[in-house]
Design a protein around this ligand. Sequence first.
Ligand code: GLA
Length: 735
Amino acid sequence: MGHSMGIGIQYYEKQRIFKLDTPHTSYIMAVVDDENFLGHVYYGGRLEDYDVSYLLRTQEKPSAPSGNNRERCSFMDAFPMEYPGHGLGDYRDGCISVRSKGGHSAVNLTVTSHKIYDGKKKLEGLPATFGTEKECSTLEIECEDATLGLKATLMYTAFHDVDAITRSIKVTNMSGEEIYLTKALSACLDMDNKEFEHISLHGSWARERHIQRQPVGYGKYAVSSLRGEPGHQEHPFLALATKGAGQDAGEVYAMNFVYSGNFFTQVEMSQYDSVRMSMGIQPEDFCWKLEPQESFQAPEAVLVYSAEGLGGMTRSFHDLYRKHLLRSPYKDKKRPILLNNWEATYFDFDTDKLIGIARQASKLGIEMLVMDDGWFGKRNSDNCGLGDWQVNEEKLKGGLKYLVDEVNKLGMKFGIWFEPEMVSPDSDLYRAHPDWAIQIPGRTAAMAREQYVLDISRKEVRDYVYECVAKVLRSANVEYVKWDMNRPLSDLGSSGLAADRQGELYHRYVLGLYEMQERLITDFPDLLLENCSGGGARFDPGMLYYSPQIWCSDDTDAIERLAIQEGTALVYPLSTMGAHVSDCPNHAIGRTTPFETRGYVALAGTFGYELDVTKIPQEEQKMIPEQIAMYHKYNDLVREGDYYRLASYQENKVYDCYEVVSKDRKEALVTYVQVLNSSNRRSRHICLKGLKADAVYRVEGMEGSYLGDTLMKAGIPMENFWGDFRGKLVHITAL
Ligand code: GLA
């Protein structure tokens, strides 16, 4: 039995054990048997001992497969595999499978060598977390399937400052023949079941990322996408929480995929009550041809273990993404408070109208005007014009530069909307290049929002569209881009790919998207990029590598947003959530909420407006400068602080409450919104979290001062509001 010290990654040669340590977690693997299987030994709270390989149960029957081929299948089907293969006796779903020249699908990977180094390499062509040599260590385990001539490099990075481990895999064809990769997941955890409950983020258009929780039972439960993007419906996140785990206590194992296309997550509980939790590219409709010596790099999965419930998990994800994923120059800065004209005007605008809105907005303290859909081609409704990225000078008299200059003269920045991945059948682009749309010869391709998806797996298509976007950006002082994507993929067929490579299209599409966005932020390094997909259908860590914020949802109703933002903030930092105050009755659902409440809810995100300031009532206009003052006062705290969920109206059906605490724990902000209003209720006491027990705090609206300990145990009073959907912010400061 040995003990490990410090943080980082160790290999214990005698016992053939790998141990990865983050500040509070350990991850242990062992190489076993003469055949060098890689077993998953342990993931959980930090251990000082490293040799806990008794957990592999290799002493129980049937033990080593090389000495007992009679029961090899039993071994394969029970052993906790670190990266399970396929088709050789492990009847649980594996991580990798192929179609070989001989037509076979089986894969079995065993360890040949490894290396450990400080820091982390980039994943070529893919977004990924990053860290310096001081901030993380990386382990690469080389495995092979000698029969196939297939090499797989399992990559692990352990962060030194956050409790997160990332995983990925690179597969190389070392044989002399082509091999088709039909499945290549990125991460897998084989563990004993601990009465786990499965947590996922489910939704729909305008109802994204609602938290769903259910017990794990025998069999398989998969959450995945075939839409070519994660989609509104499912999300590349998966957590297993021990029964009853809450915000503060209980164990949580979570995975999040740094990828923006078809994903697959699954939990499978076996006959032995072991659980296999896996994540990667959706294997359905995936088939990647590897010529000899060619490699395939799978995207990265992030693993977080928390012994402090969902709250601990959330804060690890937030810290990891803020420090090791977001790259934008804006990531640690206040974002300009924008006004987007979508809900203000839809397609019905011209230069004068926009300048009129900007003039009034600038007086109220709004800092940027964003011109949304409808400024190009003949786009006066959503049924034409996508692809024709030339300014419509009938609407924008004097051109784009004139408008931008006028807006700049008002002291405001200017931003613009694009949907570069799309083409309308009624567009000059489609008439010139019908084969640039993704479609299958001989079939009438399905439209959605009356548009097709451009085949950006093709370089000429990417280059053309990119140049259109860049030309507009070069023509005027545009400081922000909203990059939208308003339909999922279907009719998968590319005129640029050979028959035996059509199964690569989904992934090549995503690689094309990443290449275009990388180019954009490289060529325009000061640009603020906000991603969007019909609201929040592509809100994932992959996109956050390119844009520090993503439009959360097309539902801007403050109450609906509580659930959407609760689910989003379960994983993603508040600084990444695009959130705006819009007009009422709300355009998505028709509800009327107080203007103040709309402001409180939007302050939890990037903050901005999506309304015509010249048309809303005077009283609401007057509130805008107050809201803006709150944004300036609190945004550093909201962007950089630790997030604590205090109550969820999804659970209690009455009110929502969350808190952000500064890293030095000297300041906190509580947001409270009362959703249900019923008679004869009293005020309630809300217990705060994350404060210093022995520090003395002043609470806005309360007489006197109190110890953090008191505020966390006894709570602060919150009135029962009279009137619908009211709420408030409470600022807490240390003396
Ligand atoms: C999507 C976006 C909206 C808006 C429209 C424009 O629905 O989510 O915010 O930009 O497209 O067509």
